[in-house]
Write a protein that binds this ligand. Structure first.
Ligand SMILES: [Zn+2]
Ligand SMILES: [Zn+2]
Length: 364
């Protein structure tokens, strides 16, 4: 039987092992895709470092696109998907029964399952994103429109829906982001960069991108996606960034701060930058990176609106695809952010991603 490669995580901070597994046929409820691109997420690095738990050995990876390679007649009839369709795989399996699911908030399901959690030894073996193939239920596949390059789609396949979900929560809480005059984005990883692109596309006139250390590659990427100002804490300092935001906002402070750095130290900075009634969106603190002290008085005194956001749902993935369809001028810029590695170079890919050498690391 033909086999395919998979990069298997066997231990915390241990090199991944590239193993071969038989490529089994699709079965009802389990579509086979040949992977076209699979992102290395900050979350994957945190799993590898032992900061987020996972059962080992594991095929990790949760942000991937593929081409449908085998699908049963029944699944094809029911889903409308056919062999040759490109699709994003959304790994989330909300329970559909809990309070959150029943009130239209399935991204925050309290009994959330995933499609990529099974061990590699269990057929059909390819459950995650770090392999040449993957299997997923048809309801977890979101077809990619024909006009979109699936590798370009893969660049923000997780960051895009993550950001859009946070923006959607902001809108539900009455945050009209398109009316913001000054928005600050903390952190220029994929989530921060996508937020920069969205805020710019919404017409926000001042999009201030903040990095920790100076990084010309990320600064250039932020500018290419629409940041009007790029500053670093190392160079400008908190005071310099505060002065810039004050000058752009007539002394008021930022209408919106979007935390995408994952660094707890960013949070008190963000609180300081906001104007009265400003909104703080925090999708960036997904992994436990420790504690930080804040001045709670500012939350009350400035009457801040602080919103967390974590997972996303299939609706956000669909929205992501429609954002891409509506921004054709950005496609080549997005693809320029990607560095691709074959599956067998997984350890080099992870090392480069951990060092922050690439803007977006993907297997392809
Ligand atoms: Zn991700
Ligand atoms: Zn649920």
């Amino acid at each position: 039987m033909k086999t395919g490669k998979m990069a298997v995580m066997t231990g915390v901070n241990q090199p991944f092992q590239v193993e071969n597994y038989p490529i089994l046929p699709a079965t009802d409820g389990s579509v086979r895709l040949k992977l076209l691109a699979s992102g290395v997420c900050g979350t994957d690095l945190h799993i590898h470092e032992g900061r987020l738990g996972v059962n080992l050995p594991a095929c990790v990876g949760h942000e991937f696109v593929g081409v449908i390679d085998d699908i049963t007649e029944q699944d094809s009839l029911q889903s409308g998907l056919v062999k040759g369709d490109n699709a994003i795989v959304c790994i989330a399996v909300p329970c559909g029964k809990c309070l959150l699911c029943k009130t239209g908030d399935d991204a925050n399901c309290v009994n959330m399952g995933v499609t990529n959690g099974k061990p590699p030894a269990e057929p059909p073996h390819f459950h995650g994103g770090y392999g040449e193939y993957t299997f997923a239920p048809p309801e977890n596949l979101i077809p990619i429109p024909r006009g979109l390059d699936p590798k370009m789609v893969a660049v923000f396949a997780c960051a895009g829906p993550t950001t859009l979900h946070a923006f959607n929560l902001a809108a539900k809480a009455g945050g009209n982001l398109e009316y913001a005059k000054v928005a600050v984005v903390q952190g220029l990883g994929p989530v921060g960069l996508f937020a920069v692109m969205l805020l710019s596309a919404l017409g926000v006139p001042n999009v201030v991108a903040v990095t920790g250390r100076e990084n010309e590659k990320r600064a250039a990427a932020a500018r290419s996606l629409g940041a009007t100002h790029v500053v670093s804490l190392a160079k400008e300092g908190e005071k310099g960034i505060g002065d810039l935001v004050a000058s752009l906002s007539g002394g008021l402070g930022a209408d919106l701060v979007f935390e995408a750095s994952g660094n707890p130290a960013a949070v008190p900075v963000g609180i300081h930058l906001l104007r009265n009634r400003g909104m703080y969106l925090i999708p960036g603190q997904y992994s436990d990176s420790g504690t930080v002290s804040i001045l709670p008085q500012l939350i009350t005194f400035k009457a801040l609106r602080i919103l967390g956001s974590s997972q996303y749902s299939i609706a956000d993935v669909k929205k992501y695809l429609s954002v891409l369809e509506n921004t054709p001028q950005m496609h080549s810029k997005i693809l320029d952010l990607a560095s691709f590695y074959p599956v067998e170079e997984i350890n080099a890919a992870l090392e480069a991603a951990a060092k922050g050498e690439n803007i977006k690391t993907l297997l392809a």
